[in-house]
Design a protein around this ligand. Sequence first.
Ligand SMILES: [Zn+2]
Length: 117
Amino acid sequence: MHELSLSRAILQTALAHADGRRVVAVEVSVGALRQVVPDSLQFYFGVLAQGTPCEGAALQARTSPARMQCDCGAEWELAEPVFRCPRCAGAQVLVLAGEELRVESIEVEEKPCIAPG
Ligand SMILES: [Zn+2]
């Protein structure tokens, strides 16, 4: 059900940006530490989007690597959560990135402008 709440958040962001225009595609970047299944995300997005301007929009989910930093100053990227520094083997590490969920772009169908000006 994790993907369901994320899909809802993506849909709300897309609808807010679309401002009533029909949405063709939404591209999101999901941090690796969220361990999201892109297929599930797409599935729930499709269900939630029914009856909204996002209905039928393609959801493109990209996984962005996690970034970690150790007390010793080392920084590294990882695809799998490993909470130990590869340089000093310390465990006092910070997550710099990997938990984000970012809507990167939204493609909307432009309606011809009929309003004056
Ligand atoms: Zn270290």
